[in-house]
Design a protein around this ligand. Structure first.
Ligand code: ADP
Ligand code: MG
Length: 387
């Protein structure tokens, strides 16, 4: 059955999902996975909006996993979500429905969508914004780890943002329970975010399994990506990328990393450590100086008079001028702009923003050492066709 006015996707027939349709009105698509579609929906009784993940158990002709396996996996996802319920930075599961052919998971809606889309829009995040997002992410990770759950698929696509841009960790499809940190052996996750020990356990016989630290590695990859808009490990040939991950080979290359603080780099270095035993835990990450800094804007705290707001604003402007004057005493030189425009930060940001619009998903598809290649003025087939 297809609902008029929506995308042409088949929706579960009314007869199969009577209970769900009795309570909710279904609307546009918010996102898609391998065997699921997430749609906006409205609860009829309250008029409140939610997001419903509809898992189709009928299409297993080409799928590698059977209908029954999919059902079991979703039930596991529901149980992990229930175990982690009540945390402000973990997506809330509101309702579930089950039929022979479909499963419906009704979640709180994240109006600002994926962190990935947000990053694509803004190109890179400031240290301050990165700090706010990473702090909320680590709080969520610390919470799930304290409940003996490993997420195993942390990435900007699975970190959603509510209308206040608060983090909501989602997609517990690969999440699992661990009793100790060496018991997992299956290869799952997303290539660019896989920790070295996950790759090693699937390649060599005599290595120990993995556990909670894989989420800290992925968090390091995310933090790196937020700050410069490119992932630390990427190569067109995936095998080279996997080798770089196993060796922990990445760099803070110039000029993108030149303006980024040593404290931010230090936290990334503590996360992208090949030996999981030496890697920072979520608790240790939260205690790191980068996250301890207190420049978080809490919306409910800012109640100040108009007068004090004006003087505060003037002080900020004065400080900003001082900052610019103090740290950028050199005016932009025409010769530099002519010969190496990409080395000038303001121009670099402008170019990168344009690049996002032309090529789409830098984060997923771009060659992180190759942004300056935009100046070559030839079509970048490799950027468009890779992956
Ligand atoms: P999959 O396991 O198939 O990857 P996800 O749970 O990650 O499924 O959902 C797929 C996409 O749907 C997400 O990446 C996001 O774009 C969108 N989405 C999922 N849940 C929500 C939500 N609660 N609010 C808004 N969008 C959502
Ligand atoms: Mg997902």
């Amino acid at each position: 059955m297809t609902i008029q006015g929506h995308e042409d996707d088949e929706l579960p027939g009314e007869d199969l999902a009577k209970e769900f349709y009795a309570k909710y009105e279904i609307r546009n698509i918010l996102g898609k996975g391998i065997s699921s579609t997430v749609r906006r929906c409205t609860e009829k009784a309250s008029g409140q909006e939610f997001a419903v993940k509809i898992i189709d158990l009928t299409v297993d002709a080409e799928s590698k996993i059977s209908k029954e396996e999919e059902r079991i996996a979703t039930k596991r996802e529901i149980s992990q979500l229930s175990a982690c319920a009540g945390h402000p930075h973990i997506i809330e599961l509101h309702d579930t429905f089950e039929t022979n052919a479909f499963l419906f998971l009704v979640f709180e809606i994240c109006q600002k969508g994926e962190l990935f889309e947000y990053l694509t829009e803004v190109v890179t995040l400031s240290e301050k914004r990165t700090r706010q997002i990473m702090r909320q992410l680590f709080e969520a990770v610390e919470f799930i780890h304290s409940h003996n759950i490993v997420h195993r698929d942390l990435k900007p696509e699975n970190i959603l943002l509510d209308d206040q841009l608060n983090v909501k960790l989602s997609d517990f499809g690969f999440a699992t329970v661990v009793n100790h940190d060496h018991e997992l052996t299956d290869l799952c996750g997303t290539p660019g975010y896989l920790a070295p020990e996950v790759l090693k356990v699937s390649m060599y016989e005599d290595v120990r399994g993995y556990g909670r630290p894989v989420d800290l590695w992925a968090s390091g990859v995310i933090m790196y990506t937020l700050l410069v808009g490119c992932p630390p490990f990427w190569h067109r040939k995936q095998i080279y990328m996997l080798r770089a991950i196993m060796e922990g080979r990445y760099s803070f290359y110039s000029p993108e990393w030149d303006d980024i603080s040593d404290t931010a780099k230090d936290l990334i270095k503590g996360l992208l450590v090949v030996d999981p035993e030496q890697r920072l835990t979520a608790v240790a990450a939260l205690a790191h100086p980068f996250l301890k800094s207190d420049d978080v804007i809490t919306h409910d705290k800012v109640i100040i008079s108009k007068k004090s707001f004006k003087s505060a604003a003037l002080a900020v402007i004065a400080m900003r001028r001082f900052h610019i004057f103090h740290f950028n005493p050199q005016p932009i030189q025409v010769a530099v702009v002519k010969h190496d425009p990409y080395s000038v930060k303001v121009i670099r940001k402008f170019i990168d923003a344009g690049a996002f619009r032309i090529y789409g998903h830098w984060v997923k598809k771009g060659d992180n050492q190759n942004r300056a290649a935009l100046f070559e003025n030839s079509p970048k087939r490799d950027l468009k066709d890779c992956c």
